[in-house]
Design a protein around this ligand. Structure first.
Ligand code: NAD
Length: 436
């Protein structure tokens, strides 16, 4: 795949500035029409997407239907149904101090926006933010991940079919192209990726005082209290940890179980893995051979005990579903977000200690999962651990609700999107006061 020159990127940026200045994007009908175009182009390319997502990440059609294409279409339909209501100016009361006058809040587009996509859900996490850019009335340059080149090529085909580049354009590229794009004076940047690159994005944005949303990652804990339904925990770990080979930002990164239930839980989990995910390739593909080597290195440095898994095929980009018991906080597996099918297991003997340790070692995760039959006990923990999002007795699927804001806090990110929150993320709240 050939990448554009800095000059051609500058030309697209200048044309988008001119297009935004033409005010066409202010029209709500224009935005809806373009949502429809995006949906139609997506449907037209679904076969190509199944193939590309299989080749890039080993994703099955069912997975693509649920977590990639289906999720984007769901967000488009939700936005189409609600955009009129979101975009209507909201009258607010006027305090005596500034009466008589009439006040309202209107949502203004930022202008020329930039979306940087990650590799793990390369379609969903690039196009779902784009829905926000469209409903907010912006123009947009989209840079899909360079590590999933087949899917990125189909994203380009979708966007080229749906939109003129003066309005929405794809720029392919990696670090070099991203560095150039980040030097431009965008009006808003939406980044999904790692905390380290998030810092690079924010530093570059500071030069132009460009607002950012950062959707980052981290180590999401899954806590198991003594009264948890262990079969439910096993089922949810199988889904959350091993889907997409663990390459999900809100996957449970580590299992943190009460000492009284740990052994019984691990016996059931290991048995389930042996039944359902027995092969080295059972969980799908990792994105690159380097990621396989990284996981192998972490596992080799771990002082924990491998209960199941640990096999890898670097060339085929495969890593088996792996559970590592007796892991301590200073273990190699606890140093960074794993982003792979390895589940380290730690234990706690009191919920107070568990809360303290999460807050000390990996504070403010993107998601927090607590399993217990006692909802009050579970929500008490949720109240004591700051996190982007949280669930009791479930994992991951909160991200599928357009009614819930999705985003991190602290090192797991800033800002949120999905549904109405995407509209809010991609617009400025403008207060207007009218006298007379
Ligand atoms: P990444 O940070 O490596 O890359 C993201 C983008 O940044 C890529 O497009 C890449 O071209 C660019 N980039 C990489 N290094 C750069 C540099 N030094 N300077 C400028 N640009 C650079 O992320 P990734 O590997 O694609 O995705 C994995 C990460 O994303 C994980 O940390 C995961 O938790 C996170 N993630 C977060 C969410 C979320 O919604 N919060 C969703 C998915 C993934």
């Amino acid at each position: 795949m050939s990448y554009p020159t800095p000059e051609s990127i500058d030309a697209i940026f200048a044309r988008q500035r001119a297009f935004f200045a033409s005010r066409q994007t202010l029209d709500i009908r224009f935005r809806k029409l373009n949502l429809e175009r995006l949906k139609a182009a997506l449907v037209d390319h679904s076969e190509a997407l199944y193939k590309a997502l299989y080749d890039d990440l080993g994703k099955s059609r069912e997975h693509v239907d649920m977590a990639e294409i289906g999720e984007v279409i769901h967000e488009i339909d939700f936005a189409l149904a609600h955009l009129d209501e979101w975009a209507a100016p909201k009258e607010v009361p006027t305090p005596d101090l500034i009466a008589p006058s009439r006040c309202y809040v209107t949502q203004e587009p930022f202008g020329v926006t930039y979306i940087i996509g990650p590799f793990n859900y390369p379609l969903n996490l690039t196009l779902t933010p784009l829905i926000g850019a469209i409903v907010g009335g912006n123009t947009c340059i989209v840079k899909p991940s360079e590590t999933t080149p087949r899917t990125s090529a189909v994203i380009e085909a979708i966007i080229t079919q749906a939109f003129p580049p003066d309005y929405i354009a794809v720029v392919q590229g990696g670090r070099e192209e991203n560095t150039h794009l980040l030097s431009l004076a965008f009006d808003f940047i939406f980044f999904t990726g790692s905390p380290n690159v998030g810092k690079v994005v924010m530093q570059a944005a500071a030069v132009h005082l460009t607002p950012v949303v950062l959707e980052l990652g981290g180590k999401c804990p899954l806590l198991v209290l003594p009264d948890a339904d262990l079969d439910q925990v096993v089922e949810q770990v199988m889904f959350g940890k091993f889907m997409n080979s663990g390459q999900t930002c809100i996957a449970p990164d580590y299992l943190y179980a009460h000492t009284s239930v740990k052994d019984a839980l691990l016996a059931r989990l290991v048995e389930k893995i042996r039944q359902v995910l027995p092969e080295v390739g059972s969980t799908g593909k990792l994105v690159t051979s380097q990621q396989v080597a990284r996981l192998q290195g972490l596992l080799a440095s771990s002082a924990g005990k491998i209960l199941v898994g640990g096999q890898a095929d670097t060339e085929q980009r495969l890593f088996s579903a792996t559970v590592v018991d007796r892991v301590q906080w200073d273990d190699a597996l606890m140093a960074e977000e794993l982003f792979g099918p390895i589940l380290p297991v730690l234990t706690f003997d009191s919920t107070e200690n568990a809360v303290d340790e999460i807050n000390r070692y990996h504070p403010k995760p993107l998601a927090l999962y607590v399993f217990s039959r006692n909802t009050q006990a579970a929500t008490a923990i949720i109240d004591q651990v700051q996190s982007g999002d949280a669930q009791v007795n479930g994992v991951m699927v909160h991200a599928f609700s357009p009614y819930l804001p999705f985003g991190g806090v602290g090192a797991s990110g800033m800002g949120e999107y999905h549904g109405h929150y995407s509209f809010l993320a991609f617009t400025h709240k403008k207060s207007v006061r009218i006298v007379g």
